[in-house]
Design a protein around this ligand. Structure first.
Ligand code: CTP
Length: 419
Protein backbone atom coordinates (compact mmCIF):
# COMPACT_ATOMS: atom_id res chain seq x y z
CA UNK A 1 0.00 0.00 0.00
CA UNK A 2 2.65 2.43 1.18
CA UNK A 3 4.68 1.78 -1.97
CA UNK A 4 1.63 2.37 -4.11
CA UNK A 5 0.91 5.72 -2.47
CA UNK A 6 4.54 6.82 -2.93
CA UNK A 7 4.26 5.88 -6.60
CA UNK A 8 1.08 7.95 -6.96
CA UNK A 9 2.69 10.92 -5.18
CA UNK A 10 5.57 10.78 -7.67
CA UNK A 11 3.30 10.54 -10.72
CA UNK A 12 3.59 13.91 -12.51
CA UNK A 13 0.20 13.35 -14.17
CA UNK A 14 -1.47 13.31 -10.75
CA UNK A 15 0.85 15.73 -8.95
CA UNK A 16 3.04 18.00 -11.12
CA UNK A 17 6.72 17.79 -10.17
CA UNK A 18 6.73 21.42 -9.00
CA UNK A 19 4.00 20.58 -6.47
CA UNK A 20 5.98 17.50 -5.41
CA UNK A 21 8.97 19.75 -4.71
CA UNK A 22 6.80 22.17 -2.79
CA UNK A 23 5.54 19.31 -0.60
CA UNK A 24 9.12 18.08 -0.02
CA UNK A 25 10.17 21.60 0.99
CA UNK A 26 7.33 21.81 3.51
CA UNK A 27 8.10 18.29 4.74
CA UNK A 28 11.79 19.11 5.26
CA UNK A 29 10.94 22.25 7.21
CA UNK A 30 8.42 20.40 9.40
CA UNK A 31 10.96 17.63 10.05
CA UNK A 32 13.60 20.22 11.02
CA UNK A 33 11.09 21.55 13.57
CA UNK A 34 10.20 18.03 14.82
CA UNK A 35 6.64 18.68 13.77
CA UNK A 36 4.58 15.80 12.37
CA UNK A 37 3.13 17.12 9.13
CA UNK A 38 0.37 15.68 6.94
CA UNK A 39 -1.56 16.34 3.82
CA UNK A 40 -5.25 15.52 4.21
CA UNK A 41 -8.72 15.34 2.72
CA UNK A 42 -9.38 15.59 -1.00
CA UNK A 43 -5.70 15.24 -1.86
CA UNK A 44 -5.49 11.70 -0.48
CA UNK A 45 -8.92 10.71 -1.81
CA UNK A 46 -8.22 11.86 -5.34
CA UNK A 47 -4.70 10.44 -5.40
CA UNK A 48 -6.01 7.01 -4.39
CA UNK A 49 -8.66 7.31 -7.10
CA UNK A 50 -5.86 8.03 -9.59
CA UNK A 51 -7.20 11.49 -10.23
CA UNK A 52 -5.12 14.67 -10.44
CA UNK A 53 -5.11 16.47 -7.12
CA UNK A 54 -5.91 20.13 -6.65
CA UNK A 55 -6.02 21.34 -3.08
CA UNK A 56 -3.03 21.00 -0.82
CA UNK A 57 -4.32 21.12 2.76
CA UNK A 58 -1.38 20.84 5.15
CA UNK A 59 -1.98 19.86 8.78
CA UNK A 60 0.60 19.76 11.54
CA UNK A 61 0.66 18.40 15.05
CA UNK A 62 2.21 21.55 16.45
CA UNK A 63 1.96 25.23 15.66
CA UNK A 64 1.05 25.76 12.00
CA UNK A 65 1.79 29.48 12.35
CA UNK A 66 5.42 28.79 13.40
CA UNK A 67 5.84 26.46 10.44
CA UNK A 68 4.49 29.17 8.15
CA UNK A 69 6.87 31.77 9.59
CA UNK A 70 9.88 29.50 8.94
CA UNK A 71 8.69 28.76 5.38
CA UNK A 72 8.44 32.46 4.67
CA UNK A 73 11.94 33.03 6.11
CA UNK A 74 13.37 30.33 3.88
CA UNK A 75 11.37 30.65 0.67
CA UNK A 76 9.78 34.09 0.83
CA UNK A 77 6.16 34.99 0.20
CA UNK A 78 3.72 36.30 2.79
CA UNK A 79 1.81 34.85 5.69
CA UNK A 80 -1.57 35.76 7.09
CA UNK A 81 -2.37 34.18 10.41
CA UNK A 82 -5.44 33.42 12.47
CA UNK A 83 -4.16 33.07 16.02
CA UNK A 84 -7.56 31.99 17.31
CA UNK A 85 -7.72 29.02 14.94
CA UNK A 86 -3.94 28.35 14.92
CA UNK A 87 -3.96 28.48 11.14
CA UNK A 88 -2.01 30.39 8.52
CA UNK A 89 -2.26 31.05 4.83
CA UNK A 90 1.05 31.07 3.04
CA UNK A 91 0.98 33.22 -0.08
CA UNK A 92 3.70 31.66 -2.19
CA UNK A 93 6.49 33.89 -3.49
CA UNK A 94 6.47 34.81 -7.17
CA UNK A 95 9.54 32.60 -7.71
CA UNK A 96 7.18 29.60 -7.63
CA UNK A 97 5.58 29.00 -11.05
CA UNK A 98 2.07 30.30 -10.75
CA UNK A 99 0.51 28.08 -13.43
CA UNK A 100 1.35 24.91 -11.52
CA UNK A 101 1.27 26.07 -7.95
CA UNK A 102 -1.69 27.38 -6.09
CA UNK A 103 -1.15 31.03 -5.23
CA UNK A 104 -1.59 30.17 -1.55
CA UNK A 105 -1.60 27.21 0.77
CA UNK A 106 -3.51 26.54 4.02
CA UNK A 107 -1.38 25.52 7.00
CA UNK A 108 -3.58 24.15 9.75
CA UNK A 109 -2.96 22.98 13.30
CA UNK A 110 -4.57 19.57 13.90
CA UNK A 111 -7.77 20.20 15.81
CA UNK A 112 -10.75 18.80 17.59
CA UNK A 113 -14.13 20.33 16.91
CA UNK A 114 -17.29 20.52 18.97
CA UNK A 115 -20.67 21.81 17.88
CA UNK A 116 -22.55 23.97 20.40
CA UNK A 117 -25.86 23.29 18.66
CA UNK A 118 -26.94 21.70 15.36
CA UNK A 119 -25.83 23.76 12.38
CA UNK A 120 -23.56 26.04 14.43
CA UNK A 121 -20.01 26.75 13.34
CA UNK A 122 -17.77 24.48 15.43
CA UNK A 123 -15.65 25.44 18.43
CA UNK A 124 -12.03 24.43 17.86
CA UNK A 125 -9.11 23.31 20.01
CA UNK A 126 -5.63 22.05 19.00
CA UNK A 127 -5.29 18.28 19.09
CA UNK A 128 -3.83 15.22 17.33
CA UNK A 129 -4.09 14.17 13.68
CA UNK A 130 -6.30 11.29 14.80
CA UNK A 131 -8.83 13.72 16.32
CA UNK A 132 -8.53 15.88 13.25
CA UNK A 133 -9.49 13.01 10.96
CA UNK A 134 -12.39 12.06 13.24
CA UNK A 135 -13.92 15.56 13.03
CA UNK A 136 -14.37 15.20 9.26
CA UNK A 137 -17.36 14.52 7.04
CA UNK A 138 -16.87 11.16 5.32
CA UNK A 139 -14.50 8.21 5.61
CA UNK A 140 -13.21 8.86 2.08
CA UNK A 141 -12.16 12.37 3.23
CA UNK A 142 -10.74 11.25 6.57
CA UNK A 143 -7.35 10.00 5.41
CA UNK A 144 -3.96 11.66 5.70
CA UNK A 145 -0.50 11.14 4.22
CA UNK A 146 2.43 11.98 6.45
CA UNK A 147 5.13 14.13 4.91
CA UNK A 148 7.90 14.79 7.43
CA UNK A 149 11.24 12.92 7.42
CA UNK A 150 11.31 9.15 7.10
CA UNK A 151 7.53 9.05 7.45
CA UNK A 152 7.07 10.53 3.97
CA UNK A 153 4.25 8.73 2.17
CA UNK A 154 2.74 6.92 5.20
CA UNK A 155 -1.03 6.61 4.92
CA UNK A 156 -3.19 7.24 8.00
CA UNK A 157 -6.59 5.70 7.54
CA UNK A 158 -8.13 5.09 10.97
CA UNK A 159 -11.70 5.04 9.61
CA UNK A 160 -11.15 2.72 6.64
CA UNK A 161 -11.66 5.34 4.00
CA UNK A 162 -9.63 3.39 1.51
CA UNK A 163 -11.97 0.40 1.75
CA UNK A 164 -14.96 2.71 1.15
CA UNK A 165 -13.21 4.30 -1.82
CA UNK A 166 -12.77 0.84 -3.30
CA UNK A 167 -16.41 -0.03 -2.66
CA UNK A 168 -17.54 3.32 -4.04
CA UNK A 169 -19.34 4.36 -0.86
CA UNK A 170 -19.91 7.70 0.87
CA UNK A 171 -20.19 7.06 4.61
CA UNK A 172 -20.39 9.50 7.52
CA UNK A 173 -18.19 8.96 10.57
CA UNK A 174 -20.93 9.11 13.19
CA UNK A 175 -24.73 9.35 13.34
CA UNK A 176 -24.81 13.04 14.36
CA UNK A 177 -22.70 14.16 11.41
CA UNK A 178 -25.51 15.71 9.34
CA UNK A 179 -27.09 17.25 12.42
CA UNK A 180 -23.82 18.91 13.39
CA UNK A 181 -23.24 20.18 9.89
CA UNK A 182 -26.08 19.79 7.38
CA UNK A 183 -23.90 21.26 4.61
CA UNK A 184 -22.49 17.73 4.59
CA UNK A 185 -25.75 16.54 3.02
CA UNK A 186 -24.92 18.64 -0.04
CA UNK A 187 -21.33 17.41 0.06
CA UNK A 188 -22.48 13.77 0.18
CA UNK A 189 -24.59 14.37 -2.92
CA UNK A 190 -21.60 15.97 -4.66
CA UNK A 191 -19.24 13.06 -4.04
CA UNK A 192 -21.94 10.54 -4.92
CA UNK A 193 -22.59 12.26 -8.26
CA UNK A 194 -19.00 13.16 -9.05
CA UNK A 195 -17.55 9.68 -8.61
CA UNK A 196 -20.73 7.70 -9.34
CA UNK A 197 -20.58 6.40 -5.78
CA UNK A 198 -23.52 5.35 -3.58
CA UNK A 199 -24.57 6.76 -0.23
CA UNK A 200 -24.03 3.96 2.28
CA UNK A 201 -27.45 2.83 3.51
CA UNK A 202 -27.31 4.05 7.12
CA UNK A 203 -25.77 7.32 5.89
CA UNK A 204 -28.70 7.71 3.52
CA UNK A 205 -31.11 7.04 6.40
CA UNK A 206 -29.47 9.83 8.37
CA UNK A 207 -30.74 12.33 5.81
CA UNK A 208 -33.98 12.22 7.79
CA UNK A 209 -36.52 14.92 8.72
CA UNK A 210 -34.55 15.78 11.86
CA UNK A 211 -31.34 16.49 9.92
CA UNK A 212 -33.20 18.18 7.06
CA UNK A 213 -34.87 20.50 9.57
CA UNK A 214 -31.44 21.89 10.49
CA UNK A 215 -30.97 23.07 6.88
CA UNK A 216 -33.76 25.57 7.53
CA UNK A 217 -31.53 27.24 10.11
CA UNK A 218 -28.47 27.56 7.86
CA UNK A 219 -27.60 31.00 6.54
CA UNK A 220 -28.39 31.73 2.90
CA UNK A 221 -24.72 32.25 2.23
CA UNK A 222 -23.75 28.77 3.45
CA UNK A 223 -26.50 27.09 1.45
CA UNK A 224 -25.74 29.05 -1.69
CA UNK A 225 -22.07 28.16 -1.41
CA UNK A 226 -23.01 24.46 -1.45
CA UNK A 227 -25.39 24.92 -4.38
CA UNK A 228 -22.71 26.88 -6.25
CA UNK A 229 -20.30 23.98 -5.78
CA UNK A 230 -22.92 21.61 -7.17
CA UNK A 231 -23.45 23.74 -10.28
CA UNK A 232 -19.68 23.82 -10.83
CA UNK A 233 -19.62 20.02 -11.14
CA UNK A 234 -19.79 18.19 -14.44
CA UNK A 235 -22.63 15.97 -13.19
CA UNK A 236 -24.53 18.87 -11.65
CA UNK A 237 -27.90 17.89 -13.09
CA UNK A 238 -27.76 14.46 -11.47
CA UNK A 239 -26.83 16.10 -8.16
CA UNK A 240 -29.48 18.80 -8.18
CA UNK A 241 -32.17 16.26 -9.08
CA UNK A 242 -30.95 14.05 -6.25
CA UNK A 243 -31.04 16.96 -3.80
CA UNK A 244 -34.65 17.60 -4.82
CA UNK A 245 -35.66 13.97 -4.42
CA UNK A 246 -34.16 13.86 -0.91
CA UNK A 247 -36.53 16.65 0.20
CA UNK A 248 -33.86 19.30 0.64
CA UNK A 249 -35.47 22.09 -1.36
CA UNK A 250 -38.59 22.61 0.76
CA UNK A 251 -36.26 23.01 3.78
CA UNK A 252 -34.44 25.83 2.05
CA UNK A 253 -37.50 27.74 0.84
CA UNK A 254 -41.13 26.63 0.42
CA UNK A 255 -41.30 27.97 -3.16
CA UNK A 256 -38.11 26.32 -4.38
CA UNK A 257 -39.24 24.09 -7.24
CA UNK A 258 -37.89 20.74 -8.36
CA UNK A 259 -35.26 21.16 -11.05
CA UNK A 260 -36.96 20.44 -14.38
CA UNK A 261 -35.17 17.35 -15.80
CA UNK A 262 -35.95 18.66 -19.29
CA UNK A 263 -33.37 21.40 -18.62
CA UNK A 264 -30.64 19.00 -17.42
CA UNK A 265 -28.62 18.95 -20.63
CA UNK A 266 -28.32 22.72 -20.71
CA UNK A 267 -26.43 22.77 -17.42
CA UNK A 268 -23.29 21.62 -19.15
CA UNK A 269 -23.62 23.81 -22.17
CA UNK A 270 -20.92 26.40 -22.60
CA UNK A 271 -22.19 29.75 -23.77
CA UNK A 272 -21.34 30.45 -27.34
CA UNK A 273 -19.82 33.59 -28.82
CA UNK A 274 -18.12 36.01 -26.45
CA UNK A 275 -20.67 35.84 -23.65
CA UNK A 276 -19.02 35.60 -20.23
CA UNK A 277 -19.59 32.09 -18.82
CA UNK A 278 -20.92 31.18 -15.43
CA UNK A 279 -22.07 27.65 -14.76
CA UNK A 280 -23.54 28.64 -11.43
CA UNK A 281 -25.54 31.57 -12.83
CA UNK A 282 -26.85 29.33 -15.63
CA UNK A 283 -27.80 26.73 -13.03
CA UNK A 284 -29.95 29.15 -11.04
CA UNK A 285 -31.48 30.62 -14.20
CA UNK A 286 -32.60 27.21 -15.46
CA UNK A 287 -33.82 26.19 -12.03
CA UNK A 288 -35.90 29.27 -11.22
CA UNK A 289 -36.97 30.70 -14.58
CA UNK A 290 -40.50 29.33 -14.55
CA UNK A 291 -41.37 30.92 -11.20
CA UNK A 292 -43.35 34.11 -10.79
CA UNK A 293 -41.47 37.29 -9.96
CA UNK A 294 -42.36 37.25 -6.24
CA UNK A 295 -41.06 33.67 -5.87
CA UNK A 296 -37.77 34.53 -7.55
CA UNK A 297 -37.26 37.60 -5.37
CA UNK A 298 -38.03 35.72 -2.18
CA UNK A 299 -35.69 32.82 -3.04
CA UNK A 300 -32.98 35.28 -4.10
CA UNK A 301 -33.29 36.87 -0.66
CA UNK A 302 -33.12 33.51 1.15
CA UNK A 303 -30.08 32.38 -0.84
CA UNK A 304 -28.37 35.72 -0.49
CA UNK A 305 -27.97 36.17 -4.26
CA UNK A 306 -25.80 39.06 -5.42
CA UNK A 307 -27.85 41.77 -7.09
CA UNK A 308 -26.38 40.74 -10.48
CA UNK A 309 -27.48 37.15 -10.05
CA UNK A 310 -30.95 38.18 -8.88
CA UNK A 311 -31.33 40.45 -11.90
CA UNK A 312 -30.06 37.78 -14.34
CA UNK A 313 -32.51 35.17 -13.06
CA UNK A 314 -35.38 37.66 -13.09
CA UNK A 315 -34.42 38.69 -16.65
CA UNK A 316 -34.63 35.06 -17.85
CA UNK A 317 -38.07 34.59 -16.38
CA UNK A 318 -39.36 37.89 -17.79
CA UNK A 319 -37.94 37.27 -21.24
CA UNK A 320 -39.27 33.72 -21.40
CA UNK A 321 -42.75 34.94 -20.47
CA UNK A 322 -42.66 37.77 -23.01
CA UNK A 323 -41.43 35.67 -25.95
CA UNK A 324 -44.94 35.11 -27.37
CA UNK A 325 -45.37 38.89 -27.63
CA UNK A 326 -42.04 39.39 -29.39
CA UNK A 327 -42.24 36.59 -31.94
CA UNK A 328 -42.30 37.97 -35.53
CA UNK A 329 -41.17 41.41 -34.39
CA UNK A 330 -38.65 43.38 -36.44
CA UNK A 331 -34.97 42.98 -35.46
CA UNK A 332 -34.95 46.53 -34.08
CA UNK A 333 -37.84 45.72 -31.73
CA UNK A 334 -36.09 42.55 -30.52
CA UNK A 335 -32.87 44.45 -30.02
CA UNK A 336 -34.57 47.23 -28.11
CA UNK A 337 -36.19 44.67 -25.79
CA UNK A 338 -33.06 42.54 -25.31
CA UNK A 339 -30.27 45.01 -24.93
CA UNK A 340 -31.15 45.92 -21.37
CA UNK A 341 -30.89 42.27 -20.32
CA UNK A 342 -27.74 40.33 -19.40
CA UNK A 343 -26.47 38.42 -22.44
CA UNK A 344 -26.24 35.19 -20.48
CA UNK A 345 -29.94 35.51 -19.63
CA UNK A 346 -30.78 35.90 -23.33
CA UNK A 347 -28.61 32.90 -24.13
CA UNK A 348 -30.39 30.73 -21.55
CA UNK A 349 -33.79 31.64 -22.98
CA UNK A 350 -32.43 30.81 -26.43
CA UNK A 351 -31.35 27.37 -25.17
CA UNK A 352 -34.77 26.49 -23.85
CA UNK A 353 -36.84 28.11 -26.62
CA UNK A 354 -34.58 27.83 -29.71
CA UNK A 355 -36.08 31.15 -30.82
CA UNK A 356 -33.81 32.13 -33.72
CA UNK A 357 -34.17 35.87 -33.14
CA UNK A 358 -32.39 35.48 -29.79
CA UNK A 359 -29.41 33.88 -31.48
CA UNK A 360 -29.43 36.54 -34.21
CA UNK A 361 -29.43 39.17 -31.51
CA UNK A 362 -26.50 37.58 -29.68
CA UNK A 363 -24.43 36.88 -32.77
CA UNK A 364 -25.20 39.98 -34.88
CA UNK A 365 -27.81 42.51 -33.88
CA UNK A 366 -26.30 43.56 -30.58
CA UNK A 367 -23.13 44.62 -32.43
CA UNK A 368 -24.89 46.75 -35.07
CA UNK A 369 -24.19 50.47 -34.73
CA UNK A 370 -24.69 53.37 -37.14
CA UNK A 371 -21.63 55.12 -38.57
CA UNK A 372 -22.94 58.46 -37.36
CA UNK A 373 -21.82 59.47 -33.87
CA UNK A 374 -22.98 62.05 -31.36
CA UNK A 375 -20.11 64.27 -32.45
CA UNK A 376 -21.36 64.14 -36.06
CA UNK A 377 -24.79 65.30 -34.87
CA UNK A 378 -23.20 68.12 -32.90
CA UNK A 379 -21.19 69.12 -35.97
CA UNK A 380 -24.43 69.27 -37.92
CA UNK A 381 -25.79 71.73 -35.38
CA UNK A 382 -28.27 69.49 -33.53
CA UNK A 383 -28.62 70.96 -30.03
CA UNK A 384 -27.83 68.41 -27.27
CA UNK A 385 -30.88 66.81 -25.69
CA UNK A 386 -33.02 63.67 -25.98
CA UNK A 387 -33.28 64.10 -29.75
CA UNK A 388 -29.62 62.97 -30.03
CA UNK A 389 -30.40 59.49 -28.69
CA UNK A 390 -33.58 59.27 -30.74
CA UNK A 391 -31.82 60.02 -34.02
CA UNK A 392 -29.00 57.56 -33.31
CA UNK A 393 -31.44 54.81 -32.39
CA UNK A 394 -33.54 55.48 -35.50
CA UNK A 395 -30.38 55.10 -37.59
CA UNK A 396 -29.51 51.90 -35.79
CA UNK A 397 -33.04 50.56 -36.25
CA UNK A 398 -32.78 51.28 -39.98
CA UNK A 399 -29.61 49.18 -40.21
CA UNK A 400 -31.12 46.38 -38.12
CA UNK A 401 -34.30 46.23 -40.18
CA UNK A 402 -32.44 46.36 -43.50
CA UNK A 403 -33.78 49.81 -44.43
CA UNK A 404 -30.27 51.09 -45.02
CA UNK A 405 -27.30 49.01 -46.03
CA UNK A 406 -24.51 51.48 -46.80
CA UNK A 407 -22.95 54.55 -45.23
CA UNK A 408 -24.38 56.59 -48.10
CA UNK A 409 -27.94 55.42 -47.44
CA UNK A 410 -27.46 56.14 -43.75
CA UNK A 411 -26.35 59.68 -44.66
CA UNK A 412 -29.49 60.23 -46.73
CA UNK A 413 -31.69 58.97 -43.93
CA UNK A 414 -29.90 61.24 -41.47
CA UNK A 415 -30.64 64.27 -43.66
CA UNK A 416 -34.34 63.29 -43.68
CA UNK A 417 -34.39 62.82 -39.90
CA UNK A 418 -32.77 66.17 -39.26
CA UNK A 419 -35.14 68.15 -41.50
N1 CTP B 1 -14.59 18.91 5.60
C1 CTP B 1 -15.50 18.39 6.52
N2 CTP B 1 -16.77 18.90 6.64
C2 CTP B 1 -17.14 19.95 5.87
C3 CTP B 1 -16.24 20.51 4.94
C4 CTP B 1 -14.97 19.95 4.83
O1 CTP B 1 -15.15 17.43 7.20
N3 CTP B 1 -18.34 20.46 6.00
C5 CTP B 1 -13.22 18.33 5.50
C6 CTP B 1 -13.14 17.09 4.62
O2 CTP B 1 -12.22 16.22 5.21
C7 CTP B 1 -12.58 17.62 3.32
C8 CTP B 1 -11.68 18.75 3.79
O3 CTP B 1 -12.32 19.28 4.95
O4 CTP B 1 -11.85 16.62 2.63
C9 CTP B 1 -11.44 19.85 2.78
O5 CTP B 1 -12.68 20.41 2.37
P1 CTP B 1 -12.94 20.88 0.90
O6 CTP B 1 -11.77 21.62 0.41
O7 CTP B 1 -14.28 21.51 0.85
O8 CTP B 1 -13.13 19.50 0.14
P2 CTP B 1 -12.14 18.56 -0.66
O9 CTP B 1 -11.94 17.31 0.10
O10 CTP B 1 -10.92 19.29 -1.11
O11 CTP B 1 -13.07 18.12 -1.87
P3 CTP B 1 -13.49 18.88 -3.18
O12 CTP B 1 -12.76 18.13 -4.23
O13 CTP B 1 -14.95 18.69 -3.24
O14 CTP B 1 -13.08 20.31 -3.03
Amino acid sequence: MQKDLLRLMRDPNLLPSEKQTLLSDIAAQAAAMDMPCYIVGGFVRDLLLNKPVNDLDVIVEGDAIKLGQELVKKYGGKLTTHQKFHTAIWYLPSTFTRSVHPSSLDLITARKETYQHPGALPAIKPSTIDDDLRRRDFTINAMAVRLDGDHFGELLDPLNGQADLEKGIVRVLHPRSFMDDPTRIFRAIRYEGRYSFALESSTLNLINPEALAVITRLSGERIRHELDLIFEEENSSRMILRAGSLGIFERIHPDLPMFDPAYSDYLNMDPILDIPTSRTAMGYMLWLMDLMEAGIMSIAERLDFTSDLRYSVWAVSQLKKSLPFLVNSKPSVWTYALEKLPELSVYVVYLVSREKALLDYLSMWRHVKPHTTGNDLKARGLPSGPRFGEVLSQLRAAWLDGEVSSEDEEGQLLIKLLK
